[in-house]
Design a protein around this ligand. Sequence first.
Ligand code: DGL
Length: 331
Amino acid sequence: HWTTKGAFIAYNEFCKAAGIESEPYENLKMKNVTDKFYGTLYSKVLDKKKKGDSIEIAENIPQCNVMINGKKSEIYHIDKLKEKEEFRYAPIGVFDSGVGGLTVAREIMRQLPNENVVYFGDTARVPYGSKSKETVIRYSRQIIRFLQEQQVKAIVVACNTASAFALDTVRNEFDIPIIGVIESGAKVAAARTRNKRVGIIGTVGTVGSGIHAQYLKKLDPEITVFGKACPLFVPLVEEGWLHDPVTVEVASRYLKELQDKDVDTLILGCTHYPLIRSTIRQVMGEEVCLVNPAYETALELGKLLEEQGLSSTGTEQKEFPYRFYVSDLAD
Ligand code: DGL
């Protein structure tokens, strides 16, 4: 008996993988449980999939058993998990297309020193910035499943491109708190701008999505948003040319347009840009407020954990609180 959308998606996935015909949502007998399930079901079920497997859900929700070929797995009601003290010490999953998202992870570690963190950098498939929305959604789903296998209690999409393209979709699909970096950046920018002219720089994907403008307009309809994709910044940062004349030259060409538009606030809408903040500052001048969404995202994460009763008190922080995974070599 499946009672939430997330659990139903897991059920469907299982049936697909095991070659069993799935029942439509309406036909499944609904139980009187409306809250969210913790979504590790995917990994637990799919790991053991085999054609011909049968699946049966026991009745004792909120902690219910999933029988797969006689083997017992468990799914938990999220409130039940929260009651378990150790769940508070579950890590936070942070992911990015590569290692740039470490700027966000670093901020989380700084602001929330009691939390454990699992970081995933998709170094095999970076960059996301030039890929299609569908591809970025597919990659994000795969990474979230991986992080769920690591038993994380919340996920931060540190990549701006993935936040722009995939956040809404994955939030609907997974029963776990997921936050991105775009909304928080937009909030700060809306609060800081005086002349209501805000610039946003990022990858082709992020800027092309127009998502910052959507958030900013919602916060303050009088704000005008000017976007500029700066695709050369990522390779320059990865080359380590943080204070190089070439980087200054490239920044001057990209940012001229935004200077001409007289923006007073500029969102650094890409994981890599905080690393060339001083170059951007040099080009834009002291008066323009540079917004690094990493700071605000960590604040928002702290609030979310607090609200949901998921903050770690730190007394149990692991000996090695931070784990880092990459899908290919990382220099
Ligand atoms: N992490 C990406 C972002 O923040 C930049 C690198 C890439 O294109 O994948 O948009």
